[in-house]
Design a protein around this ligand. Structure first.
Ligand SMILES: *Cc1c(COP(=O)(O)O)cnc(C)c1O
Length: 431
């Protein structure tokens, strides 16, 4: 399997180069040359397979030429050593809970798999790698956790000052060891731009072996397709088509869903659910993609004004907005609506959603109110305790906190404050 750049001005590369480069030299994002099809035979027996088995079988299609089978098997077994529950709230209404990993956000799926993939390639090349990662809140901690004490790897996290929750900040800044946090005086988009600039800086790249752990990296994207296949295997209702609502910011999660659909996962439609950072829903409405500065919301991990995976979405739909509309509906919601949804679902089902999952719930509701006869699933991407300040204000009850989150609250914040200036970042990296 080879990988090409969405800008089409860079040569085809193999998995190792795509993973290590992060961004292609022409500034594009890597995509697999073909999307392997899963067979009917696979779907017929998939209902009996564990999450790890499914991850192995799907992963094999992408990675088999580069990673020996038994290595891949242990990678998926170590990466996905937690539950992936599908919770039924009502008739034809399900939640895919993706927050049971160590940092309580769905980013654990990709980060844990990616850490093992890097470990595999780094072990062969014996060169120290510096991983640069911009985070709107959850990526940084999942990556930090995934790479903690991995030999030969340094992780540098850029996060927007004052724009992550207090608990998220502790998760980002309290790790120590090979993990360094940079608090940037800017937005998430600024952090993301700084990282992209670093990758395009020849001098920097000549001196340090940089790698990216953002969803620009194909290593993060592909493992996210596994849980869509698993969802279809578990909720196999041949009578009703399935619609899946995905709370979206940088659109890596939704892009992985589209890839799963192209592999043959029987998902009929997606809802691209956003907060007020709605450039993709606007694109679906108008056909015009207009990135704009991000605004702060209570679902902060989705405060993205220029989603980087949009280039991949365009690629998957051959730049045709009509084709994209046939699969994806856009929907965007205010913080007021999000809080109401948390409250309503708590009162009706005694189920506590986090603000990101609540946006996805609203997107799903919006869809099923308009189109009847679907099995509806919304994706819950973070444990509500990660956002307990916000959620407790709404439901007026304490949110039970898992022990693995309590542990972070005790840690001390250690971060270096930098202006939103590429030169400052560059000097820091070179010192
Ligand atoms: C990162 C994140 C999102 C957005 O995912 P994308 O792949 O960037 O669209 C949604 N919810 C939570 C909790 C996140 O951490």
């Amino acid at each position: 399997m080879k990988f090409y750049s969405t800008n089409k001005k860079s040569p085809l590369v193999d998995l190792e180069e795509a993973v290590m480069n992060g961004l292609a030299p022409d500034g594009g994002l890597y995509m697999p040359e073909t999307i392997p099809k899963l067979t009917n035979d696979f779907f017929n027996r998939a209902g009996l397979l564990s999450f790890q088995d499914i991850a192995f079988e799907v992963g094999k299609n992408f990675f088999k030429s580069m990673i020996p089978e038994n290595t891949l098997k242990s990678m998926v077994q170590e990466s996905f050593n937690f539950d992936v529950p599908i919770v039924k709230l009502d008739k034809n209404l399900y939640v895919l809970e993706l927050f049971h990993g160590p940092t309580c956000a769905f980013k654990d799926f990709a980060a844990r798999f990616m850490a093992r993939l890097f470990g595999f390639f780094a072990g062969r090349s014996q060169k120290e790698i510096t991983i640069l990662v911009a985070t709107s809140g959850d990526t940084g901690s999942a990556v930090a956790h995934g790479f903690l004490n991995v030999g030969g790897v340094k992780v540098i996290i850029l996060y927007p000052s004052g724009k992550v929750s207090p608990l998220q900040e502790k998760q980002l800044t309290g790790m120590g060891e090979n993990i360094t946090a940079l608090e940037i005086q800017g937005t998430f988009d600024d952090c993301q731009t700084l990282v992209k600039q670093a990758f395009l800086d020849k001098e920097l790249r000549g001196k340090i072996n940089l790698a990216s752990a953002n969803s620009i990296n194909i290593a993060r994207l592909l493992p996210q397709s596994f849980y869509y296949v698993y969802l279809c295997a578990q909720l196999n209702d041949k009578n009703l088509p399935m619609v899946v609502s995905v709370p979206s910011g940088n659109f890596g999660n939704l892009t992985a869903g589209i890839i799963a659909k192209k592999m043959g996962a029987p998902i009929s439609r997606f809802v691209a659910s956003t907060n007020s950072n709605d450039v993709v829903p606007q694109y679906l409405k108008t056909g015009d993609f207009q990135p704009k500065p991000s605004v702060s919301t209570i679902s902060n991990a989705m405060d993205v004004g220029n989603p980087s995976n949009f280039a991949r979405m365009l690629e998957l739909y051959a730049d045709d907005v009509e084709k994209m509309r046939a699969d994806i509906r856009g929907a965007n919601f205010s913080d007021v609506a999000t809080r109401d949804a948390i409250s309503n679902v708590f009162n009706k089902y005694n189920y506590i959603m986090d603000p990101h999952g609540a946006v996805a719930y609203l997107g799903l509701l919006n869809f099923v109110n308009k189109f009847k006869g679907y099995t509806g699933v919304f994706v819950e991407t973070a444990h509500p305790a990660k956002f307990f300040e916000e959620v407790e204000k709404v439901i007026k009850e304490p949110v039970p906190m898992p022990n693995r989150l309590k542990d972070y609250l005790m840690r001390e914040k250690r971060a270096t404050l930098l202006h939103n200036e590429f030169q400052e970042l560059k000097s820091f990296l070179l010192q």
